[in-house]
Design a protein. Structure first.
Length: 503
């Protein structure tokens, strides 16, 4: 049911009827040719280049109007920015009929309407590059008013900050807050830089299933759905890891995927139930090689995104220039808690958690307890990019045992600004060992751990065909985007973050 219309919305609908009565189509179908953009004109117009700007055709949204009677200045916004336009009554309507200016332009158009204009470039007496309008066309009549943004001397000083509005009506947020558009443009540059890095090294981008019969590849609670044609339950993927490793078994040596994943868990400033992970797997490599590759990729990506390796988040400078610090998880815990947990069993870890005032429950095994200690007491201290390495085997059911350290696995997490950005392994390729690790996860599930892994028998069968030694990694793309664009909430790097149903 449609909500009650505001007075402004009712007025705009009356104007729409008046436009139709004038015989003007407020939503015309024909292509409108664009020859220039606001950014191009503002950056490149000059007396020397004026010949290139004598026949401008541009389209955009009316963002402000300064009425001077028989002439108006207005600001037009296209996808590249804003530019001033000058419209004069007698030039728009050279004959006796002044309807187009007096009625359509001055009375029936509103802020937010989309128009096309044709004209030529010039510089005003105040030195502002502008467009002198020779003709204009209404392309879209907007029926909902834009939020009011306060400006002075062309600069915004009261951008919309209402989070309910920003996240629920992102389309309007993008219109009135140009800085928001810039964030998402930089995120695209970030993703393109990652793709370029991988493609130049011979990696193959692939797609794997979103609907899975077994949610594997991560420790997380899945969303459950139902496939009507097959009459079977399915899960939205929590990770694409096991499918990508099947491709390594199949003979590809380097594959990657930007994977949309779904985890039925909590929401906060760094978690959204729907998110993107970049995962890639490389045959005949190990986690030491992967650390070096990660440093190189992130350094190049930071430069491509921001023209520098340094990102600023909440006033803190974070430098992505390689190399990054490396420290074992046991040493990190010892450094920040004063407790050596390296020889502790599950009971000892529970005692340590009590000493550290960390809440735990009976479903948590050894791996989960260590994770709670590190997450609660250590992670927040690692601001500059740091590799946390050499995890206990209980924390890593898909990881190869360490080549020289008993009870550990060859795994690292990249921590930046106190949060995990990437997780990587020397991948477990022993099918007997993998089966045993899966069975240990089932025991945790029976204890009530809703995030424990299922046994994926088809993946075990794939491993039995033989998977070469492989290094694999997963990056949280939204968290990386937050860092490189200086955002403190994951909602600010998602076009449409998940929200409660609108009242």
């Amino acid at each position: 049911m449609q909500a009650t219309l505001s007075e402004q919305e009712l007025v705009r609908r009356e104007k729409l009827r008046d436009i139709l009565e004038l015989g003007i189509d407020p939503y015309p179908a024909p292509l409108y040719e664009i020859t220039h953009t606001a950014k191009d004109i503002k950056e490149n117009y000059s007396e020397a280049t004026s010949a290139k700007y004598q026949d401008i055709s541009i389209a955009g949204r009316i963002m402000s109007v300064r009425d001077m009677g028989k002439a108006n200045f207005a600001v037009l916004q296209d996808s590249t920015g804003r530019i001033q336009v000058y419209i004069k009554r007698d030039e728009i309507c050279p004959g006796e009929d002044k309807t187009l200016y007096d009625n359509l332009w001055k009375k029936l158009l509103d802020l937010g309407d989309i128009i096309g204009i044709k004209g030529y470039g010039f510089i005003t007496k105040t030195g502002e590059t502008s467009i002198h309008v020779k003709e204009f066309t209404l392309l879209t009549k907007a029926l909902h008013p834009l939020p009011i943004i306060k400006e002075k001397d062309g600069e915004q000083f009261d951008a919309v900050t209402d989070l309910e509005f920003k996240y629920r009506q992102r389309y309007a947020d993008l219109i009135v807050n140009p800085g928001v558009r810039d964030v998402f443009i930089r995120i695209t540059k970030m993703k393109n830089a990652i793709r370029q890095f991988l493609n130049e090294r011979g990696a193959l981008e692939v797609d794997t299933p979103v609907l899975q019969s077994i949610p594997g590849g991560a420790i997380a609670k899945p969303f459950i759905t139902h496939h009507n044609a097959l009459d079977m339950p399915l899960y939205l993927r929590i990770a694409n890891e096991l499918y990508l490793k099947r491709l390594i078994v199949g003979g590809f040596e380097w594959v990657y995927e930007f994977s949309r994943n779904f985890r039925n868990e909590g929401m906060d400033r760094t978690h959204n139930p729907e998110f993107t992970i970049l995962e890639f797997y490389v045959a005949y490599k190990d986690y030491l090689w992967m650390m070096e590759t990660t440093e190189q990729m992130l350094e190049q990506t930071a430069i491509a995104t921001n023209d520098t390796t340094i990102a600023v988040v909440d006033g803190v400078e974070i430098d992505f220039k390689a190399p990054y610090k490396r420290i074992s998880i046991y040493d990190a815990i010892r450094e920040h808690t004063g407790i050596d947990i390296s020889q502790m069993d599950e009971d000892g870890l529970r005692i340590a958690c009590r000493q550290l005032h960390i809440d735990v429950d009976a479903s948590m095994g050894k791996g989960k307890l260590i994770d709670e200690i590190f997450g609660g007491k250590c992670e927040k201290h690692f601001i500059q990019p740091t590799f946390i390495i050499d995890y206990p085997v209980e924390m890593s059911p898909l990881t190869k045992k360490h080549r020289s350290k008993e009870g550990l696995v060859e795994r690292f997490e990249l921590i930046v600004n106190g949060k995990e950005i990437a997780n990587a392994y020397s991948e477990l390729n022993d099918p007997i060992d993998q089966r045993g690790r899966f069975e240990e996860q089932v025991k945790l599930m029976e204890r009530g751990d809703e995030e424990a892994m299922f046994i994926d028998y088809d993946f075990l069968r794939a491993l039995e065909y033989g998977m070469p030694p492989t290094a694999g990694i997963g990056f949280g793309i939204e968290r990386l985007a937050m860092l490189l664009t200086g955002q403190v909430s994951i909602q600010d790097v998602l076009f449409f973050p998940q929200m409660r149903a609108e009242k």
